[in-house]
Design a protein around this ligand. Structure first.
Ligand code: NAD
Ligand code: 4TP
Length: 380
């Protein structure tokens, strides 16, 4: 197989995909990098964060088509959100062939049954997952693809020996919406999907990696001196508030940044010690418009953190902080828990990115302890 290229629409998902590529199989060319579009793309297996989730459909299709044109020789997988946020129509249009669409992420309890995305068994549209989106969640996966020819692939067919024969009979240009409840289901789909464009969650990327021949293990990372750690919780996801409370309970100093101060440029005074203190946790308070808020937050954090290691959740927040720091790419060095991906910037800073909606209440605690076990009280 040629070099793998994964195209992701946000940074936390790009890192999640890159961590999936580090499994057996895809360590064919040493480290896996995440390039922050439009930064240069290194050779080997690579993920590009297109930073496109928020863009209008025409811009997404243009960006995707351009990148696909420049990387014609690579095998491409397009990573989309496991909660179907973002715009799927330009993603499947840019593929220009039959698309196998498998958004299930079994490790996070996100499955697809009868063409409907379920979160821990509940239909997506009945959950709060789309609470800060500007439209309602789709009832079925096909509802996220208005105007696109689709067909659904039920679970019994995914698990049958006739899967490959069924797929070759599907009309060109159709989007095949795949049921999947387990990583095994995704492995079957990847094996049978010859000739189709692959679009799905990071679990589909992992299935593609598992299908590759085993590569050589990476060299172990050299030990490095512990640095200050700054945790930035930019997501409005309710689970993140719980995760912050667990950090506070373990003694982490939490700095509240009012959204209004972030937006009017007066938030820096709250973060004057962030580069010096061993641990600083940044929590947003109040409410404001999302995108301009995360951009302003990125600038405030970048100005305050010096060389500290960073924990950034979710994807838009992470991208804005790294853009403000001028970081063009990340080299993935490990995964602390699913989606909590530890990477190194070209100037040696470690950054953990994590999707906003991921993780149990102790997720941030686990991440901080992985960066430096001495920063918090209590036993891991
Ligand atoms: N409606 C918007 O303006 C907007 C902006 C960015 C992201 N999003 C969506 O949110 C999804 C979820 O992202 P995520 O939670 O994992 O994190 P994220 O970092 O990707 O985005 C969270 C967004 O919520 C905003 N936010 C956080 N706390 C807030 C608060 N107290 N008041 C108002 N806004 C606040 C952030 O500034 C950021 O724009 C994204 O994938 C995207 O689909 C929406
Ligand atoms: N990679 C996550 C997933 O597939 O669910 C998600 O897209 C990340 O996006 P946020 O960091 O904005 O949650």
């Amino acid at each position: 197989m040629t070099d793998l290229l994964v195209l992701a629409d946000d940074l936390s998902g790009a890192a999640e995909s890159a961590a999936a590529l580090r499994v057996r199989g895809s360590r064919r060319y040493g480290p896996v990098h995440v390039a922050l579009w439009p930064a240069p793309v290194p050779p080997g297996d690579v993920v590009i964060d297109l930073h496109s989730r928020h863009l209008p459909a025409a811009d997404v299709e243009h960006r995707l088509t351009d990148v696909l044109h420049h990387h014609r020789s690579r095998t491409v997988v397009t990573k989309v959100d496991s909660l179907l946020r973002g715009n799927l129509v330009p993603v499947v249009r840019a593929a220009r062939k039959t698309v196998l669409l498998a958004p299930a992420l079994p490790v996070a309890g996100r499955t697809v049954r009868d063409g409907r995305l379920l979160v821990e068994g509940r239909p997506l549209a009945t959950t709060a997952a789309w609470a800060i989106e500007d439209r309602p969640a789709p009832d079925t996966v096909a509802d996220a693809l208005p105007g696109v020819p689709t067909t659904t692939l039920p679970l019994d067919l995914v698990r049958s020996k006739d899967l490959a024969t069924h797929l070759v009979r599907i009309d060109d240009g159709t989007v095949v919406i795949c049921d999947a409840e387990t990583d095994d289901d995704l492995d079957r789909l990847v094996t049978a999907a010859s000739g189709c464009a692959l679009v799905g969650s990071a679990a589909l990327v992992a299935a593609v990696a598992r299908a590759l021949p085993a590569g050589t293990p990476e060299e172990p990372e050299l030990p490095r001196d512990a640095r200050s750690v700054v945790v930035v919780v930019g997501t409005a996801e309710p689970v993140a508030q719980q995760q912050l409370r667990e950090l506070e309970r373990a003694g982490a100093p939490v700095v509240d940044l009012p959204c209004t101060d972030v937006l009017d440029g007066t938030a820096a005074t709250h973060l004057t010690n962030a580069a010096r203190n061993p641990l600083t946790v940044v929590r947003l308070t109040g409410r404001a418009e999302g995108r301009s808020l995360s951009r302003a937050l990125g600038r405030v954090v970048a100005d305050a953190v010096g060389p500290a290691d960073l924990v950034l959740t979710g994807g838009e927040t992470a991208r804005q902080v790294l853009d403000a720091l001028g970081v063009p790419s990340l080299r993935v060095v490990g995964q602390i828990e699913h989606g909590a991906v530890r990477s190194e910037t070209p100037d040696g800073r470690h950054v953990v990115t994590r999707p906003g909606s991921f993780g149990a209440p102790d997720s941030l605690l686990t991440i901080v302890r992985a960066l430096n076990p001495d920063l918090l009280r209590g036993t891991p």
